[in-house]
Design a protein around this ligand. Structure first.
Ligand code: AMP
Length: 290
């Protein structure tokens, strides 16, 4: 496994892979790897000749008062894990390698960036958009792998790829959870034991939403009220948002349909967690008269 920090060196390795006509799978990450990341790496490994994993805590996607400086960094351990998974290249640039002096270009996912997480994280999705597009340009992957866990991010990335003809296939894989349903996240490391227990309310609320629609309750105001009740039982929880949205436009819907997404962000103590589910609603069987 090659660990590369410089853009020039990365370009050379990519050139060799392209000359050999190897297909390339890319898994962009911020490191502090867990089974959620590894599910993407394993899928990439299955489907491509070579796998590149980027580990870069991207300063552009963090707000001023967010956790950039204390975000968990476990680089040596991450590399050990990735080498066991058979990854070919780990790209771990410094911030000045990605954003040298004079860098000033923005990528703005206009109608998507101020919805859901964008409301409390202004500028976040511009930061995501620019780093992902840079990685696509540098690595020229055939397929790039992302987690459903960061639902809005997947919508933004699909949009950019389509709008700017990025020529990459985007695959989104399901959210990996612990045995209690808590979505794995590098930020779970911030939680105390009590908070970790409180954090289960996110998934419990999502499950409740899913079961409501299955019993025919599709009014999203009612769904959100029921979810709020569940979350308010956790002492350390403060709701940032709960929303039922169209999976492409991210516009809120009043009546939920199959394929709509229930997304939420909740602060557990000081830690902001996100999660979501894609709703499935069983159609009523049509009764025949015979
Ligand atoms: P991050 O390092 O948090 O930026 O995540 C890197 C990639 O891993 C993103 O595409 C995330 O959506 C994905 N990811 C993070 N957590 C999970 C999870 N629990 N299940 C599946 N994918 C995940």
């Amino acid at each position: 496994m090659q660990v590369i920090t410089a853009v020039q060196a990365l370009k050379q390795y990519i050139r060799v892979l392209k000359e050999r006509r190897s297909t390339i799978g890319l898994v962009p990450t911020m490191g502090a790897l867990h089974e959620g990341h590894l599910s993407l790496v394993r899928q990439a490994k299955k489907e491509n000749d070579a796998v590149v994993v980027s580990i870069f805590v991207n300063p552009l996607q963090f707000g001023k008062n967010e956790d950039f400086s204390r975000y968990p960094r476990t680089f040596d351990n991450d590399c050990n894990i990735l080498s066991q998974e058979g990854v070919n290249i780990v790209f771990n640039p410094g911030a000045s390698e990605m954003y040298p002096d004079g860098f000033c270009t923005a990528v703005i996912p206009e109608s998507l960036e101020d919805k859901l997480c964008g409301k409390s994280r202004p500028g976040h999705f511009r930061g995501v958009a620019v780093v992902v597009l840079k990685l696509f340009n540098l690595i020229q992957p055939d397929v790039a792998y992302f987690g459903q866990k960061d639902f809005q991010q997947t919508v933004v990335i699909r949009r950019i790829v389509s709008d700017l003809n990025a020529g990459v296939t985007i695959k989104v894989l399901p959210t990996i959870r612990d045995q209690n349903g808590l979505a794995l996240s590098s930020r779970n490391a911030y939680l105390s034991e009590t908070e970790r227990n409180d954090a289960l309310c996110l998934y419990q609320a999502l499950i409740r939403a899913q079961s409501l629609v299955k019993t025919g309750i599709v009014n999203t105001e009612e769904m959100v009220r029921e979810m709020e009740k569940i979350i308010s039982q956790s002492k350390s929880a403060t709701i940032d948002y709960i929303s039922v949205v169209n999976p492409e436009t991210l516009e809120s819907v009043q009546k939920a349909q199959s394929g709509d997404v229930v997304a939420l962000a909740v602060r557990i103590g000081k830690t902001r967690l996100i999660d979501n589910v894609i709703l499935t609603i069983y159609e009523q069987p049509i009764l025949s008269d015979t």
